[in-house]
Design a protein around this ligand. Structure first.
Ligand SMILES: O=P(O)(O)O[C@H]1O[C@H](CO)[C@@H](O)[C@H]1O
Ligand SMILES: Nc1nc2[nH]cnc2c(=O)[nH]1
Length: 293
């Protein structure tokens, strides 16, 4: 019933995992949340928690990165049923791209209609500061340019169409809601919007690469999220995503700064409370998604 190793996951495989989870909990989530590096505290906001270690969930990959606990937490947020990934998967961990994104299809089969993703990212936009929260309005999919797209391979129409549109990937109403909520909470000074660029990692960027990405229109750079967004949109879920600017991308040969994961986690700790408050308030105000893509 559950495939081994690096095999691709079929609709039936995803359904088997979703059904297994549904037998273990009474929570029927409509919102799915993915926690970025150092942002796992989001899951602690859930009430009446039922949590599973990834190693105990059939077909689930394991988290291998510091700052990603590796737990799937079900619970309620302001009365709304949610499921939260405390830890995500990245290409550089060596997983095939279909495995990294498998949880999005499981979310869908659990009944999730809205996905909220967070990530830690390097700031390319010179107006951004460390600690800014960037609402993602679009993305640049660099691995996709080289043919590494999570939808490559046979398409199963039960999930979605062969050629899904991505010009509407990031839900505009939810972006507006985030802006409104952010202003109300007094976060206006550090709430920004912009374009996120995904790279494979795990090495951080060179100075020349940062300059190039900035020229191409990216405001922030990271190693995640976009693959999940593509799969979530393919199966008709509404998507909202936030980047926490944890470090400034180094753009200048005179700079002494060096990107490092410790700084990423440290900034996560400093801004976690506001990020959680923003998402918490948004979930409380969200309308249900009725228009599948
Ligand atoms: O995107 P998340 O998972 O937040 O993590 C980001 O932070 C790590 C680098 O410090 C990379 O994994 C990068 O993608
Ligand atoms: N690629 C990349 N990922 C990050 N995650 C957090 N900061 C960074 C960064 O500067 N570059």
């Amino acid at each position: 019933m559950f495939p081994q190793g690096n095999q691709c996951y079929t609709y039936e495989d995803c359904k088997a995992t979703a059904d297994w989870l549904l037998t273990q909990t009474d929570v029927r989530p409509s919102v799915g949340i993915v926690c970025g590096s150092g942002l796992g505290g989001l899951a602690e906001m859930l009430k009446n928690q039922v949590a599973f270690n990834y190693k105990d969930i059939p077909n689930f990959p394991q988290s291998t990165v510091h700052g990603h606990a590796g737990r799937l937490v079900f619970g309620t947020l302001k009365g709304r049923s949610c499921v939260c990934m405390q830890g995500r998967f990245h290409l550089y961990e060596g997983y095939p791209i279909q495995k990294i994104t498998l949880p999005m299809r499981i979310f869908k089969l659990l009944g999730v209609d809205t996905v909220i993703l967070t990530n830690a990212a390097g700031g390319l936009n010179q107006d951004f500061k460390v600690g800014d929260i960037m609402i993602m309005k679009d993305h640049l999919n660099m691995p996709g340019f080289a043919g590494n797209n999570p939808l490559a391979g046979l398409n199963d129409d039960r999930f979605g169409v062969r050629f899904p549109c991505m010009s509407d990937a990031y839900d505009r109403e939810l972006q507006q809601l985030a802006m409104d909520v952010g202003q109300e909470l007094g976060f206006g000074d550090f709430l920004k919007e912009g374009v996120y660029c995904v790279l494979g990692g795990p090495s951080f960027e060179t100075i020349a690469e940062c300059r190039m990405l900035h020229k191409l229109g990216a405001d922030a750079v990271g190693m995640s999220t976009v693959h999940e967004v593509i799969v979530a949109r393919h199966c008709g879920m509404r998507v909202f995503a936030l980047s926490l600017i944890t470090n400034q991308a180094v753009m200048d040969y005179d700079s002494e700064e060096k990107a490092n994961h410790e700084e990423v986690l440290q900034t996560g700790k400093q801004r976690a409370e506001q990020l959680e408050q923003l998402i918490f308030t948004m979930v409380a105000r969200m309308e249900h998604n009725n228009n599948d893509a």
